[in-house]
Design a protein around this ligand. Structure first.
Ligand SMILES: *Cc1c(COP(=O)(O)O)cnc(C)c1O
Length: 227
């Protein structure tokens, strides 16, 4: 038996409750690579990082079959640092960034999966497209034909609050938007099938609203220092 507070044991607790078909992204930001190796040894392969430099530093120190998701705000001058390592960039918040990712992916000789980030939280600090903006851009072909990029779906963060009804409403809004896009403007894109919502404190609510990817850090790795 592993220690109840070990990474292996915490991972197991999350996995046991995660419905079949939902992918767990282990958010390892701010944690040293030894902790990531522990998770890897416990079978975890998908890891999420939120800073370009940190991902670029950790990726070469981990086995080749790790699948890296970039989940943080991505500055344009950091795209080149992230693209070679990332399998998916979850935090695309402008059309300009999308095209830049495509350009860098072409340069790196790869295709890359991305999610469009939706701004539904009350906090002004969180980035992403507003739902109306996203609907309108999609309707006008704003996301069509970006070479070397596969638009796989949407990502969102709920407001940081104890009010679970508010979180529930926000995830419901994103789910509705996802379904509308899937049936409408993105209907000719069969790859548009992923919905990334939910963190340590709200992933069960997110799964109830159709999340296919959950991004869980603290519940696996414990508290982050200097976060
Ligand atoms: C840090 C982070 C997470 C994980 O948060 P926890 O509360 O530690 O599970 C998920 N998503 C994003 C975008 C993050 O930045």
């Amino acid at each position: 038996m592993s220690h109840p507070e070990s990474i292996a044991s915490r991972l197991e607790q999350v996995r046991r409750r995660l419905p079949h078909g939902v992918t767990l992204v282990a958010v390892s930001k701010f944690h040293p690579v030894e902790r990531l190796h522990e998770a890897y040894s416990a079978g975890q392969r998908v890891f999420g990082e939120s800073r370009a430099q940190e991902m670029a530093a950790k990726a070469p120190m981990m086995p080749n079959d790790v699948v890296w998701h970039f989940i943080g705000h991505l500055q344009k001058n950091k795209v080149r640092q992230v693209v070679p390592h990332a399998h998916m960039i979850q935090s695309v918040d402008s059309v300009e960034l999308l095209h830049l990712i495509g350009k860098e992916a072409a340069r790196a000789g790869k295709h890359i999966d991305v999610l469009l980030q939706v701004h539904v939280a009350q906090e002004a600090g969180k980035s992403g497209f507003y739902p109306d903006e996203l609907t309108s851009l999609a309707a006008h072909g704003g996301f069509d034909d970006v070479a070397n990029v596969r638009i796989r779906g949407l990502m969102a963060m709920a407001t940081f609050t104890d009010d679970t009804q508010q979180i529930d409403r926000e995830f419901a809004t994103v789910q509705r938007l996802f379904e509308e896009l899937k049936a409408g403007a993105m209907a000719n894109n069969p790859d548009f099938d992923q919905l990334s919502m939910g963190m340590s404190d709200d992933w069960q609510i997110a799964v109830g609203h159709g999340a296919t990817l959950v991004r869980i850090g603290t519940a696996i790795f414990g508290n982050r220092e200097n976060a």
